[in-house]
Design a protein around this ligand. Structure first.
Ligand code: 1GP
Length: 244
C-alpha cells in the first residue's frame, strides 16, 4: 500500500478523508470485531492507532487484531517510541512543532530509528501543531509543551508553513483528545489557505455539524477518537456521502 500517495490521490479526486482513532489504553480488545464492523460500514477511510500514554505491547496486539478485521489502512499515531508496531501499514512520524521540547522535535525520532530501520512501515513525516482546546490535554502533560493560543492565527499559520518548508508531508492541527473546543473554522481556513500539503484536523470533534464545518473550512482529513469511544453508534450516522 502507498498510503501517502493514496491520500494525495483521494484529495485530488475531491474525497474527504476520515480517520478513526483507536487508543489502545481506552479500547477493549474484545470489542474489536464489533467496533471494526461499524468502522467498515462507515465513511471512515483510515484507522489511526495510538495514544499519549499507551504501552507498546498493547499497541502491537491491537494493530494485529484490527488488521484482521479491516482492509482500511492502519496508521500509527504514536505517543511514544514503544508504540511502534511493524504490523501497521504506515506511521505518522510526528514532530511537535508547536512546542519547543527537543525530545519531540528530534529526540524521540532518533530513538525510534532502531525500530524503524528495516521495518516495512511507510514513514510519513508529519507536522503536529497543538492548539489550545479549552482544557489541559494529555499531549501537553506528556510532552511538557504549551499549545498555541487559538487567537494567534498568524503564528499557527506560520508554524504550519514552517513545517511544510522543512519538508513535512502532512500537517496535523490538534486541539487534544477530548478537547472542549475543536480547532476553529478561522484557524483551519487560514492554515489551509497557505499550505500545499494535506491538512489533518482532530481533537474534540463530536458532531456531524463540526465535521462538515471542518471539511468546508479546508480540512482534508478529520480524526475522531473520543466521540466514537463514547458512542460507537455515531459511526452508523456517518454514511457514505462522498461518492465512495
Ligand atoms: C486526538 O485528534 C485526536 O489526538 C482525536 O481527538 O479523541 O477528541 O476525537 P478526539
Amino acid at each position: 500500500m502507498q498510503i501517502y500517495q493514496n491520500i494525495l490521490d483521494a484529495i485530488a479526486d475531491g474525497e474527504r478523508l476520515l480517520a478513526v482513532l483507536i487508543d489502545p489504553d481506552k479500547f477493549s480488545l474484545s470489542n474489536t470485531g464489533h467496533f471494526m464492523e461499524k468502522v467498515n460500514r462507515s465513511i471512515a477511510t483510515h484507522v489511526f492507532v495510538g495514544g499519549s500514554t499507551g504501552d507498546g505491547n498493547a499497541t502491537h496486539i491491537l494493530v494485529d487484531k484490527i488488521r484482521n478485521e479491516t482492509d482500511l489502512p492502519v496508521v500509527l499515531f504514536p505517543g511514544d517510541v514503544t508504540q511502534i508496531s511493524d504490523r501497521a501499514d504506515a506511521i505518522l512520524f510526528l514532530s511537535l512543532i508547536s512546542g519547543r521540547n527537543p525530545e519531540y522535535l528530534i529526540g524521540k525520532h532518533v530513538e525510534s530509528v532502531s525500530k524503524l530501520r528495516g521495518a516495512e512501515l511507510e514513514i510519513i513525516p508529519t507536522g503536529y501543531v497543538l492548539i489550545e482546546g479549552g482544557k489541559s490535554t494529555a499531549v501537553e502533560t506528556v510532552t511538557a509543551t504549551q499549545p498555541l493560543q487559538n487567537s494567534d492565527i498568524q503564528k499557527i499559520s506560520d508554524t504550519a508553513k514552517a513545517g511544510e518548508f522543512l519538508g513535512m508531508k502532512l500537517m496535523y492541527l490538534e486541539a487534544g483528545s477530548g478537547a472542549e473546543n475543536c480547532v476553529s473554522e478561522d484557524i483551519i481556513k487560514s492554515v489551509k489557505h497557505d499550505l500545499k500539503i494535506p491538512l489533518i484536523v482532530g481533537g474534540g470533534i463530536k458532531t456531524k455539524a463540526q465535521i462538515e464545518k471542518a471539511y468546508d473550512s479546508g480540512a482534508d482529513m478529520i480524526v475522531i477518537g473520543t466521540a466514537f469511544e463514547e458512542d460507537a453508534t455515531f459511526l452508523d450516522e456517518l454514511k457514505y456521502n462522498n461518492g465512495r
